[in-house]
Ligand binder design. Structure first.
Ligand SMILES: [Mn+2]
Length: 309
């Protein structure tokens, strides 16, 4: 598969590398890991990382100038469906490669390199490089390790396998500064801390088994947070023994709510799909909700829990 990827890159002078909107460590990690790797392989070619704002300040900035897409190759990382691609021009490009680990809902690539069992897109990409015994730069290995660490929730979720650890060892062998990556990727600040405390005080419950918070714009704006930052806070409810599911609904400037849904055991991404969303079996998102549709979604989640009992 790596050979096919490289053969395709060889056909083009310009390569545009995309990832999903509101990028996380895996989206940016796979995007810049791939960009750095390919730049080393093909110093004569031009590579652009595209999309809006990146995660914190760890990653370089994306490109915002003009590109002749018609002669370019698009590579889209960590993005399950075309609606979630960040940046313009993907479908104006001559060819598209998709590299991903989400459940397959939209094979929008001409070439689709997808492993639904991998815990991160950085695992899909990193494994291709590892199996080919590629020598990586520290920069490339660091970006890939970022995605592996964050999407695997510090190697703590069900999709982590012996391969994940093998890959972590392979990446670490190129000099990744493990504590530095950990610190950068999980660093918080006082405003976030205050907002997290506020959220915890506003958690609501359904029979103690589902925990949720509905946050309006004014709730996070008073702490100086943006929507993008506020919507990441679903983790404040994790690791509570009684919670079988937990959800954070965050209001956007248009008045609708986006939600992050988490489940311990029962599959929920099919429910999310009924609310303009999707994602992994146990971790997914929804969009465009009202307070009324949030209640309907919570009811569906509770029904699922009862079925699973
Ligand atoms: Mn991912």
């Amino acid at each position: 598969m790596l050979e096919k990827l490289l053969e395709t890159v060889k056909e083009f002078d310009t390569i545009c590398i995309y990832r999903h909107v509101n990028p996380d460590g895996d989206a940016n990690g796979s995007q810049f890991g791939l960009k750095t790797y390919l730049e080393n392989q093909f110093p004569e070619k031009t590579f652009y990382a595209l999309g809006k704002e990146n995660v914190k300040t760890f990653f370089p900035q994306c490109y915002h100038g003009d590109i002749d897409f018609s002669k370019a190759l698009a590579i889209v990382c960590d993005t399950a469906n075309r609606e979630r691609i960040d940046g313009e021009g993907v479908f104006d490009c001559a060819k598209i490669i998709k590299i991903d680990h989400h459940p397959i809902v939209d094979n929008f690539g001409d070439i689709n390199i997808v492993n639904e069992k991998a815990c991160a897109t950085c695992e899909v990409l990193g494994t291709l490089l590892m199996e080919n015994n590629e020598k990586l730069t520290q920069e490339c290995a660091t970006y890939l390790y970022c995605g592996l660490l964050t999407d695997s929730q510090k190697f703590g979720i069900r999709s982590v396998t012996p391969n994940t650890f093998k890959l972590a060892g392979y990446l670490a062998s190129f000099g990744v500064d493990i504590p530095l990556v950990n610190e950068r990727m999980f660093a918080s600040d006082l405003n976030s801390f205050r907002y997290e405390t506020y959220l915890r005080a506003h958690v609501e419950f359904i029979h103690d088994s589902i925990a949720y918070v509905i946050a309006d714009c004014k709730d996070y704006e008073q702490f100086g947070l943006t929507f993008e930052k506020a919507k990441e806070k679903v983790f404040i409810m994790n690791s509570v023994e009684e919670f079988q599911m937990y959800c954070l609904f965050t209001q956007q400037s248009d008045g609708t709510y986006s939600g992050s849904l988490r489940s311990k055991n029962a599959k929920i991404n099919d429910i999310a799909a009924n609310y303009h969303g999707g994602g992994h079996n146990l971790a997914c998102g929804v969009r465009g909700l009202t307070r009324v549709s949030i209640q309907s979604l919570l009811n569906d989640l509770y029904q699922r829990l009862k079925e699973a009992e």
